[in-house]
Design a protein around this ligand. Structure first.
Ligand code: 26W
Length: 822
């Protein structure tokens, strides 16, 4: 049992203490002395939830009374992370909870650690959705996040013998204190069978035969904003079998089959697909997609009808539906279906509503991520939607013939249905009133390249809306010491109104401020070093440069370039004793999950661990380099890593990273970026100025030009002239790293010869030299402590633009037009 402290509590703290003890008593039937820390966590969470719920009822009424327009943000991913501390922060109760928990013999951070991350997402797109909902609520804008209540979130990564292994993330094991089940709002979703359309008494009817019904039951997670009175919610849909058990089968003794049937229905919301930037066209994924959008659209229309009656033409005034990448695109034909088949509207009328209600964000230009579904599968699982999509395509083709007469290649490229596949991005482009990219550069590429034909057709408005991050989680909550220091100088308005952060610039040369800023970074590094010691058994020096690359593992993000550079450094330290003597120590830290089916990405993880093993144990280099791979990278680990970084690695092949958001988190917490002119890095450079960021490498247009002429000769030339790089590459296959020297051959092969005769697809070889030189310069500059700290401060002070509040402001002004609730 924890040792209670006897310090003096204020009256409101005493009241909270009573509440928490009360929850332990009533929720678990335990007295405080018997409670496990887990029970204390849940009790705290429930008291927080109570406070949010009190606001919720009021806020709900106000929204209703105002008849306010609402945003439904549809996303297959919401990477929320933990909620206890951010909710407490948003309610301005951090000190109160801290005092009370201390009084009870615990600490807030220790209790908060017990919450499982809600890991309902893969990476950037999912975390963006989570930041958005925080900003929307903080800005008093009425919005709902809608997603699936996956029983298993993104897999838990365990490194075994250097390899990634995947374990299920059963995040709901201890229950979820934040959610409220809404069984009374359950809806039916139908799959498969045959559809017969008919006219009965002049009315269009749709009959379903042999279709299979699954129930969608919502769970709501109420969400509060920072210093805000409104409460929004995240609605999570869970699949259920309509019959508790097939009693007939059950009574006939077929017990196992009866259970199986039930399981089959529930499998839909079982697990998040761990694919990032790659689609596989799996039947279950298609079912998940329809499940979420059908349930959500039924709910949206019901809510609309309750508030506004049956004047459906008013939908675009009251409702805006945002589609987070193409994954929820089927919401479009589903709305057509609901309006036509269930509300009796004609095609034109329904189409007019739909095309004024949906907006779409694209998050990637990687061709393997652009979703398409085999037509047969689509028809089999969603027969009615298939008919609607076919009609959408037929009408689109007529339109294209008018706009681009006779240009059959264009028609095919723009079609919703072609080559026996359904193209989801084209479905969005043909129906959404607004389309946006997630940085300036990315939007330019959409307009000039992959979506150029749609852009020129003027079907929808195109916007460049640069991503952002919520400052509540990504500094106020994860870096309290820095937050306090900043607020002590410029007040705390910047947490809600990020443009004030700019005021910090005048302290970049203030001696005392610099000292304190540096001390906080150092303490964060000490804490991370402890974490590494505990989890990796590796001793790292907090005075060394912490160089961090953490993000999903993908070839275009070029973890490989980082690895080759580390190898080259290591070789040089071994060969050149003068260099070793003057070398400033560096700790390279990686965190990354690879999609379980992405063999090459998994091999890169093994490589990182293998070179770590080799380098960390080589006494000849006198601990000058350490390489650490942090297992199971996710939101909560990011919160520890990012605040301790000196250098932020944002080194994707230019043109490939749509925006990046990790880059902004590092910047905000005073890391200096080494990066290419890709995604939002371009705008980071604009904000922070070229003296405070290290930019290298080919630009997006140069990359595009080089891809076209393959570049085998160029790669060959570099290979022969750059000995450091050549050695590092050869070490991949000569037994230096591991005795099984063929293990990493694929990595060597693909860089030098490519998969189909095109070497170095991601320009690792072609950008290497500049990368190496830039790294070298950074090591020199780091040793000029005064200069470096000034740069770090300038990064923090220039990060205001990257608040997701600004991003949400842009979406709202251009696309959503929601009114803040007073
Ligand atoms: C199922 C297949 C799949 C899953 C996820 C395809 C594509 C995705 C996402 C589009 C991948 C993703 O997360 N993209 C990232 O989105 C971030 C938020 O806009 C950007 O900052 C990143 O640059 C982009 O890679």
């Amino acid at each position: 049992m924890a040792q209670a402290k006897t310090s003096k509590l204020t009256a409101s703290e005493e009241a909270l203490k009573k509440e928490i003890i009360g929850k332990v008593n009533r929720h678990f039937g335990k007295v405080m002395e018997e409670a496990t820390p887990h029970m204390v966590y849940t009790a705290c969470a429930l008291t927080v939830r109570d406070k949010i719920m009190e606001q919720w009822a009021k806020s709900h009424q106000t929204v209703k009374k105002m008849g306010a327009k609402k945003l439904y943000y549809l996303s297959f991913e919401f990477l929320m992370g933990r909620l206890l501390c951010t909710n407490i922060l948003n309610l301005l109760q951090t000190d109160t909870y801290q005092h009370v928990l201390e009084d009870l013999g615990y600490s807030l951070p220790e209790i908060a650690e017990l919450e499982n991350d809600a890991g309902l997402g893969n990476g950037g797109l999912g975390r963006l959705a989570a930041c958005f909902i925080d900003s929307l609520t903080t800005m008093d804008l009425p919005a709902y996040g809608c997603t699936i209540r996956y029983e298993y979130g993104l897999f838990r990564q365990k490194i075994v013998d250097g390899y990634q292994t995947e374990l299920p993330d059963s995040w709901l094991d201890h229950g979820n204190a934040w959610e409220i089940a809404r069984p009374e709002e359950t809806v039916e979703v139908k799959f498969g069978g045959e559809v017969y359309t008919d006219w009965v008494d002049g009315k269009f009817v749709c009959n379903y035969n042999n279709s299979h019904t699954i129930l969608a039951m919502p769970y709501d997670v109420p969400l509060c904003g920072y210093k805000s009175k409104i409460v929004n919610k995240l609605r999570l849909w869970s699949s259920k079998s309509p019959d508790h058990l097939d009693m007939k089968a059950f009574n006939q003794g077929d017990y196992v089959r009866a259970i199986e049937e039930k399981e089959l229905a529930e499998v839909i919301s079982k697990v998040l697909y761990p694919e990032d930037n790659h689609t596989e066209g799996k039947e279950l994924r298609l079912k998940q997609q329809y499940f979420l959008v059908s349930a959500t659209l039924q709910w949206i229309l019901k809510e609309f009808e309750e508030r506004n009656g049956q004047d459906w033409s008013k939908i675009p005034e009251k409702v805006v539906i945002h589609i987070n990448d193409t994954h929820p695109t089927m919401a479009i034909p589903e709305m057509m279906r609901l309006l036509m088949d269930e509300r009796g509207l004609g095609w034109e009328e329904a189409w007019d509503i739909v095309t004024h209600t949906f907006a779409y964000t694209n998050h990637t230009v990687m061709s393997e991520a652009l979703e398409k579904w085999p037509l047969d599968m689509f028809r089999k699982i969603l027969p009615r939607l298939y008919m609607i999509v076919e009609e959408m395509n037929r009408r689109l083709m007529e339109q294209l013939e008018r706009v681009y007469p006779g240009d059959h290649a264009k028609h095919k490229y723009m079609a919703i249905i072609s080559d026996n596949q359904v193209f989801m991005a084209n479905m969005c482009l043909a129906s959404c009133f607004a389309v946006n990219g997630v940085s300036k550069l990315h939007t330019d590429i959409l307009k000039k390249d992959i979506f150029a034909d749609y852009y020129n057709m003027n079907n929808s408005e195109f916007y460049a809306i640069t991503n952002g991050i919520t400052f509540r989680r990504w500094i106020a909550n994860c870096n309290p010491a820095l937050t306090e220091l900043i607020s002590s100088k410029i007040g705390n308005e910047w947490i809600k109104d990020a443009k004030h952060l700019d005021k910090l610039k005048k302290y970049a040369k203030d001696k005392e401020f610099k000292k304190q800023f540096a001390e906080i970074k150092h303490q964060n590094k000490v804490n991370l070093a402890e974490y590494i010691k505990e989890h990796n058994g590796i001793e790292v020096d907090p005075d060394s440069i912490f160089d961090v690359q953490c993000k999903r593992l993908h070839e275009y993000k070029r973890q490989m370039m980082n690895v080759l550079h580390i190898l080259a450094e290591y070789n040089r330290l071994l060969e050149d004793s003068a260099y070793l003597e003057k070398y400033y120590p560096k700790t390279y830290i990686f965190g990354a999950k690879a999609a379980p089916g992405y063999t090459r990405a998994k091999l890169i993880i093994k490589l990182i661990n293998s070179i770590g093993e080799m380098i960390n144990n080589d006494t000849r280099i006198k601990d000058k380099i350490k390489v650490v791979f942090i297992e199971n990278y996710g939101v909560s680990i990011a919160e520890k890593l990012i605040i301790a970084a000196d250098i932020s690695e944002q080194i994707s092949t230019a043109g490939k990273e749509a925006s990046g958001t990790g880059n902004m988190k590092f910047m905000l917490n005073g890391a200096v970026t080494i990066g290419t002119l890709d995604g939002a890095n371009v705008e980071m450079l604009e904000q922070v100025g070229e003296d405070n960021i290290y930019i290298f490498g080919l630009k997006a247009d140069e990359v595009a030009a080089r891809v076209k002429f393959a570049g085998a000769d160029e790669v060959k030339d570099i290979y022969s002239s750059n000995t450091a790089l050549r050695r590092a590459l050869e070490q991949l296959i000569d037994g230096t790293i591991v005795p099984e020297h063929q293990m990493f051959r694929d990595l060597y092969q693909t860089l030098l010869f490519g998969d189909y005769g095109f070497p170095d697809t991601y320009m690792v070889i072609r950008d290497f030299e500049e990368y190496m030189k830039t790294q070298e310069q950074m090591s020199i500059d780091y040793q000029n402590r005064d200069k470096w700290i000034e740069m770090a401060i300038m990064n923090t002070a220039s990060a205001g633009f990257f608040s997701s509040d600004r991003t949400i402001g842009n979406y709202n002004d251009n696309i959503w037009h929601l009114k803040p609730i007073k």
